[in-house]
Design a protein around this ligand. Structure first.
Ligand code: 4AD
Ligand code: MG
Length: 469
């Protein structure tokens, strides 16, 4: 055993039939007729399986082949032949079939469609379904396209930490990491838990973003990006939130919000284009089975410029829409998913970049605009990219590179400047305008595949109350 077998994807891509081949994989179905057995074998390399045709005259047919059914792992050897059946180019005419892994009577996957809710309860087996396997291949292709995009533009992949002492978003939505005894933690004299006795000598958490570290690296390497898992302990039970998700965060020195928006648009278009080109079969499947508008939407997006508007303009559009939204529209309030979707789906009908949000609803690190004396109406150089069906897919900003302004913003948000000492000090030594953004990788995959729930585009979803598998 090893890498000797042929992959189904390569076999189906061959120019012509002929030759001896060996395949290994799992049966998606087994049909035993009077004259022949038909085994639909998948090895995960592509959406299509290969049909293995077995003649009952094959030695060992009754003992080995006849009992085969959905879920069995087998090896089949034989010749690659043109298939008379429709929907497949080649089939494998078996000269030997070996059972590698039998299947129990309680194998839960059958040839019928299962609900995605049910499949989440069997995440150890769901990659064997067409849809989840196609999602995993699209994820893989998108990840590769992301690395290629940045590498071709001279960005360095920075491996930002997962364990951290600072809250990168200042929103307090972090998972605590501790080795203290949960039943009897050490106490301070003044009361409360003594985290000085904890593993890192301070309270530590799982990171919500690699941005602050990416800024350190950008102010030395000029262009960097992170791509890794991030964690949010927000109690959001929605189809767009995960407690653990992957984020892509480019950061550029000598860059303002305009350059940042240009990068985000070029980036999204490039990754979408690559996935359309590299995952033709899987994307056709999503378009047919999951969401009828996916291909049309993606082609359109790859070819047309994004729309732009400020937050203040967006509020005016929403107020003038005549819609009654569940959440009220008011300058100073954050945009909710329903507002975002109205703007991108109905108002512009394509992706829209909303900029210059009120300072009071955005993170401390965003560059403060010098716009008007009224402190209540101050805005920051923020940008969110909104796309149909998802709403916010990218969030970013130009960064506050002025030490005094940054310190005031940290204090105004009730955060402890001590925690951010190195982030502040970075503004004292060779500080320059810089900017970056974060793309939620699962939201992108959800957008591209048309999958309704974000829990079905990550192999092992973590959400409030659930982290099985
Ligand atoms: O808008 P967010 O919170 O921005 C940041 O974290 C910045 N530090 C990024 C930066 O400027 N470097 O998150 C960025 C993106 C969102 O637009 C969204 O796509 C995704 O991350 N995201 C989530 N995806 C899934 N589940 C969640 N709970 C998410 N929270 C944010
Ligand atoms: Mg955001």
């Amino acid at each position: 055993m090893g890498e000797r077998e042929d992959r189904v994807r390569d076999l189906l891509a061959r120019e012509s039939a002929g030759g001896e081949v060996t395949v290994r994989g799992w049966l998606r179905s087994a049909r035993h007729g009077k004259d022949l057995s038909f085994l639909d074998l998948s090895d995960g390399s592509c959406l299509s399986g290969i049909q293995v045709v077995v003649d009952p005259g094959l030695p060992g047919y009754e003992e080995v082949v006849k009992p085969l059914r959905t879920g069995c792992a087998i090896e089949a050897r034989g010749s690659l032949a043109d298939s008379p059946g429709k929907g497949q180019r080649y089939e494998l005419k078996a000269t030997a079939v070996e059972l590698l892994g039998a299947v129990g009577d309680d194998y839960p996957l059958q040839k019928k469609r299962h609900s995605f809710e049910f499949l989440r309860t069997i995440a150890h087996l769901r990659p064997r379904t067409n849809t989840i396997a196609a999602v995993l291949r699209v994820r893989n292709a998108a990840a590769r396209a992301i690395h290629d995009f940045f590498q071709q533009r001279g960005f360095l992949w920075l491996h930002s930490p997962i364990l951290t002492l600072s809250d990168a978003e200042g929103a307090g939505e972090m998972f605590r990491v501790t080795t203290l005894d949960a039943d009897a933690p050490p106490r301070r004299e003044a009361g409360g838990v003594d985290f000085g006795a904890d593993f890192f000598g301070q309270e530590a958490h799982l990171t919500v973003s690699g941005q602050l570290e990416a800024e350190i690296a950008a102010l030395a390497m000029s262009r960097v990006y992170t791509f890794g898992p991030t964690f949010r302990a927000e109690n959001s039970n929605t189809s767009r939130h995960l407690a653990e998700f992957w984020m892509v965060e480019p950061e550029m020195a000598f860059c303002d919000l305009t350059g940042n928006m240009e990068l985000a648009e070029a980036f999204l278009k490039s990754v979408i284009r690559r996935v359309l080109d590299d995952c033709v079969e899987d994307m056709a499947f999503f378009n047919q089975r999951i969401e009828k508008t996916v291909l049309e939407t993606l082609e359109h997006i790859a070819a047309t410029p994004f729309e732009h508007m400020t937050y203040t303009e967006a509020i005016a559009v929403l107020e003038g829409s005549g819609r009654s939204f569940e959440f009220p529209v008011k300058w100073g309030a954050d945009l909710q998913s329903e507002h975002e979707r109205y703007l991108t789906e109905e108002h512009v009908g394509k992706p829209v970049v909303v900029t210059d949000y009120p300072a009071s609803i955005k993170a401390f690190y965003m560059y403060l605009n010098d716009d008007g004396a009224d402190p209540e109406r101050r805005t920051v150089r923020a940008m969110d990219v909104l796309v149909p069906r998802i709403g916010e897919i990218v969030g970013g900003s130009q960064r506050e590179h002025r030490e005094d302004v940054l310190l005031r913003r940290i204090e105004a948000q009730g955060l402890d400047p001590e925690r951010y000492w190195w982030y502040l000090e970075l503004r004292r030594h060779g500080t320059v305008p810089h900017a970056g953004f974060g793309l939620g990788f699962e939201r992108l995959v959800q957008f591209m595949t048309g999958m309704a729930n974000i829990r079905d585009v990550i192999p092992f979803p973590r959400v409030p109350g659930y982290a099985e598998f």
